[in-house]
Ligand binder design. Structure first.
Ligand SMILES: [Zn+2]
Length: 275
């Protein structure tokens, strides 16, 4: 885990745990931390790592409410915490349940230290809401928080750093072995709107896009997996309409079976699993 400087004062930091990638943008007066990791201990590690780079006061932005991106905030407080509209409601309604479930599964996986940290974790609500777009002045540079609408979740936020040509995309972009992974798809995603969300990222003409998981990528990667997501959306619609069997959809998908299955199963009320 080291900081990767993508442009002057713009950093990504990757973690082995869940292959998570977080971000940091440093101005002359403030810095912006993009996502805070998954529990209070992980957040403390990140806060200390930010302090290796800069002593400036920080602002936090959540790309979305999933625990691995938003549950490490307590060590950063007090500070502004920004998120897209919908993130706060998601945390209020489902956050604590997600925290307990994740602790259980980490315990079952034989990672009791992460489970214990989750038990000690407070979920910190965002106190600033991005309805459409908000420009933060960090001193000498700005960072634009953009509410992307409905893609990986119903409250995806991205961060554009125009002077550096960098976009932090949260989990609207993931760089797993095949691009998307089975974990890219949750109960709240919308395959039909996801490709347009990726077009909005591409319209910013980024040189570098930082995914929520995996190594930073270029615009060609985003375009390739926008097309892939569009294919998944078409297959999902056909399966839902009963025009295509799941088996045929798996065969036609540009992605491995586990990825396609996850995309379909989380989006379709399938008439039948057979044939
Ligand atoms: Zn996520």
């Amino acid at each position: 885990m080291t900081w990767q400087e993508l442009a002057e004062g713009v950093y990504a930091r990757r973690y082995e745990e869940l292959d998570l990638t977080v971000g940091l943008v440093v101005g002359t007066e403030k810095c912006l931390v993009i996502d805070t990791r998954g529990d209070v201990d992980q957040g403390a590690e990140l806060a200390a790592a930010v302090r290796e780079i800069t002593p400036l006061p920080w602002i936090v932005a959540y790309t979305h409410a999933h625990f691995d991106h938003a549950f490490g905030t307590t060590p950063f407080l007090p500070c502004e915490v920004w998120a897209a509209e919908g993130c706060r409601a998601e945390l209020d309604t489902f956050g604590d349940n997600a925290r307990r479930k994740r602790a259980e599964s980490y315990r079952a996986e034989g990672k009791p230290e992460i489970a214990d940290a989750l038990d000690r974790t407070s979920i910190e609500r965002p106190d600033r809401v991005v309805e459409t777009e908000v420009t933060l002045d960090l001193g000498g540079r700005s960072a634009v928080l953009i509410n992307l609408g409905h893609a990986h979740t119903d409250h995806d936020l991205i961060v554009h750093v125009p002077d550096a040509g960098v976009v932090f995309a949260g989990d609207t972009v993931e760089n797993g072995p095949a691009g998307w992974t089975a974990d890219s798809f949750g109960v709240d995603n919308d395959l039909t709107k996801w490709p347009a969300a990726l077009d909005r990222i591409l319209a910013l003409c980024p040189k570098i896009v930082v995914p929520g998981h995996g190594e930073p990528v270029g615009p060609a990667f985003v375009a390739e997996h926008r097309d892939g997501m569009a294919s998944l959306s078409v297959l999902d619609a056909a399966v839902t309409a009963g025009e295509l069997t799941v088996v045929s959809a798996l065969a036609r998908s540009p992605y491995p079976e586990d990825v396609t299955e996850a995309a379909l199963s989380r989006n379709s009320a399938r008439p039948s699993e057979s044939a």
